[in-house]
Write a protein of this length. Structure first.
Lengths: 295, 222
């Protein structure tokens, strides 16, 4: 294998979602980039997904430069290093009555941690997702709890509440929506939100980020919903509408990498989860996609 | 009712949503899974548009493709004021057509760069697309600057915007998603703000409404 451009051992040893399983076809080789390293993938004639590092000069060898593969949550995942842990669990994905839908993979010109932070933020709902996920004057982010989970090495934000005019494709009017956020991976996050039709259960939306460089990424969006009335296309397009609103905001963030020095950007109370996330990244010693705090 | 084969993130579909919103024309959106489903390239959709492109409208059996062509049709048929597409003014019609073709050039450059960055259209030469967009933006910026100097707010002469403004607006407003900044085009930026204040203006994902206009009273109080 050639020398990798990414020198962050933590980032190298993580699992990354690369593409939805149904887009990996027998006899078709596709190329993408992970942590600045070009990789190629295909599905061989036994139906197995194969991925390998793919350098411009040599083209790469599917046998000798082969990367590890896992299939999880409708995507295939790989790593450029040696992962010391399995991919994080999302138990809801296996519940029989859920609709698991790949909403889209989008390219965004920003660092992965900036996108995770945007995903955790409720304060922007009324301004960026006007009349869908929020509306003035319902702008308050009420007090919520944030902790590093006791069960796993992940950030957990609970007791989050926000008033939303149209919380999901299936919603028929405004409602107070409960949210739970998990950050189980430095570049991935999972949110749980009240389901408009079943008060006992929650919809799940996950973002799995594939950093293509420190300041660019591909994000894969998974929906695991309780929705018996909308077709896949409506659900998918609803989520794309939401993400299309976030995109210009994300791409106008400056600097594009996430500063981890607590004094670099001034947080407010609503940013508790972002503060915890930045501290968690700092404690791990992550350097890829961030501006590390001065030692 | 008019049926629009529609995709939220398409600037070309947005042109038609804008005109119908300005005119108060009711329509029904038939959502097409443009990405990642590629539904516009499906055999079924090619029966509707053999080019496999959005948008398409079906107005009582008349099926039309191409955003600019549909703007001409809808404005001619549904704008009773005749201001968006003044059919009795040959000089203006010529200028409108010129800028409709220019808008196609914006699609071929600024929109192509956005498809490259956001939706992985990797076969596009993104540097050429960005350079092409900047060439067009420079020309439009100069045009708008001299129009402003002459007391004109819009791309074509007159006191009312035309479909030329609608055709040029979306992919200019979305250009940053393809890495084309509007920082160097101040007349374009002022025109975008004026456009957003046209009564009936509506947004799409990636386009935000204008802030409130600075009113005379605030200026005089300051």
């Amino acid at each position: 294998m050639s020398i990798l451009k990414c020198s962050d051992p933590i980032a190298l040893n993580l699992w990354y979602a690369i593409a939805p399983l149904d887009e990996v076809l027998i006899g078709e080789t596709a190329q993408t980039i992970l942590l600045e390293q070009p990789i190629a993938y295909t599905r061989n004639h036994t139906g197995e997904i194969v991925a390998w590092v793919h350098d411009v000069a040599s083209g790469g060898n599917p046998e000798t430069d082969r990367l590890p593969i896992k299939e999880r949550y409708g995507y295939f995942w790989t790593s450029l290093g040696t992962p010391d842990a399995d991919i994080f669990p999302i138990p809801e994905y296996d519940e029989q009555d859920r609709r698991n839908i790949h909403a889209a993979s989008f390219g965004v010109n920003v660092s992965a941690p900036r996108l995770v932070e945007n995903f955790l933020d409720m304060g922007h709902f009324p301004y960026v997702h006007t009349d869908i996920l929020g509306a003035e004057p319902h702008t308050e982010v009420k007090e919520y709890f944030v902790e590093v989970s006791k069960e796993r090495d992940e950030i957990l934000a609970t007791n989050c509440k926000f008033w939303q005019p149209m919380a999901a494709a299936v919603a028929s009017g405004g409602m107070d929506v409960d949210y739970v956020y998990r950050v189980p991976h430095p570049y991935s996050a999972v949110l749980y939100k009240s389901n408009p039709t079943d008060p006992e259960r929650m919809d799940v939306i996950a973002i799995f980020i594939q950093p293509t460089s420190q300041e660019t990424l591909r994000v894969h969006m998974l929906l695991s919903l309780l929705d018996e009335s909308n077709d896949d296309i409506s659900i998918r397009l609803f989520q794309q509408t939401i993400f299309g609103q976030d995109k210009p905001i994300l791409e106008n963030q400056y600097p594009k990498r996430l500063p981890l020095d607590p004094r670099a950007e001034t947080p407010i109370r609503a940013d508790k989860s972002a503060i915890a996330y930045r501290r968690w990244l700092s404690d791990k010693g992550i350097t890829y996609g961030v501006i590390p705090a001065a030692a | 009712m008019i049926k629009l084969y529609d995709y939220e993130l398409s600037g070309n579909c947005y042109k038609l949503r804008l005109l119908m919103s300005f005119l108060g024309v009711e329509y029904e959106s038939k959502l097409i899974d443009f990405y990642p489903g590629n539904q516009h390239k499906s055999e079924g959709f090619r029966q509707i548009n053999p080019l496999g492109q959005l948008p398409v409208v079906d107005d009582d059996g008349l099926v039309l493709r191409d955003a600019q062509a549909i703007l001409v049709y809808l404005a001619s048929k549904y704008d009773a004021s005749g201001k968006w597409y003044p059919r009795d003014n040959p000089a203006l019609l010529g200028q409108i057509s010129q800028w409709l073709a220019f808008a196609d050039g914006i699609t071929a450059t600024a929109s192509a760069a956005r498809l490259h960055d956001a939706l992985f259209y990797t076969q596009i030469d993104v540097d050429a697309a960005r350079a092409g967009a900047n060439t067009l933006f420079r020309i439009l910026d100069e045009h708008l600057y001299f129009a402003e100097e002459a007391g004109q707010d819009w791309i074509c002469p007159g006191d009312h915007p035309t479909i030329a403004d609608i055709a040029c607006f979306p992919y200019i407003m979305l250009s940053e998603e393809g890495g084309v900044s509007r920082m160097d085009y101040p007349a374009i930026r002022r025109w975008c703000d004026r456009f957003k204040r046209i009564p009936g203006f509506t947004v799409m994902s990636g386009v935000f409404p204008a802030g409130p206009a600075v009113s005379g009273s605030i200026v005089s109080a300051a």
